[in-house]
Design a protein around this ligand. Sequence first.
Ligand code: AP5
Length: 218
Amino acid sequence: MNIILLGPPGVGKGTQAVIISKEFNLYSISTGDILRESIKNNDELGKKVKNYVENGALVPDNLIIMLINQAMNANISFNGFLFDGFPRTVQQAKGLDVIFTERENQVDTVLAINADNEIIMERLLSRRICPGCGMVYNLITNPPRNGEKCDICGLELTIRKDDNRETILHRLEVYRKRTAPLLIYYKEKLIKVNGAESVSDVADNIIENLVRYSNARR
Ligand code: AP5
């Protein structure tokens, strides 16, 4: 089963990707995480994409398609793929179609998670990340136990460079213009999910939908 998690920045795609990939044994590919790792390592890709990522602009489609191809080729033993933050343009969606056609496979379903911009703004401004293990916290909805330190590593939590009000507004605008058209591109495969609910309610809703979907395919 191959699934796309589609939705605006901060709606909870990464949070749900962790839960859903475990539940269905899917290999989760987050283009944002791959890009940030390269920036952290200051490798060739990282140098190319740093300005785009930190300013909330989209990285060029050809680079992203190359990354996706590499990640898929290296992880073929799973039950399928869960794409978090990809595709983000119609061009990327067409690129993914080509990849799947070559593999005689397909995108099965697209989970469109949504929430109001006010909720998104609050979530992103209160998101904190452990620089060691990558654990994602939220000062309001999922706070660490001890101040702003990671429960697992004890390291001081950090704020993502693109999680400031101005860049968040820009990311939301980029989503509206460049990514939201995918809701039409994938209209036959779309399952709408209310991302404003609690993490566990959103996850339950997604799991229920995916179980129903895979039973119907049998
Ligand atoms: P990316 O890393 O994909 O960022 P994003 O789409 O902006 O999404 P986020 O990671 O910010 O949010 P999320 O939806 O995963 O929310 P999360 O679960 O963390 O991309 C970053 C950049 O990389 C892009 O701007 C671009 O430059 C580049 N890029 C990436 N992919 C690209 C592509 N395909 N093409 C071109 N460029 C690309 O949750 C947010 C917070 O809310 C957390 O604190 C969490 O704990 C909390 N939370 C989550 N769910 C809930 C809930 N239900 N209730 C309460 N709190 C919740």
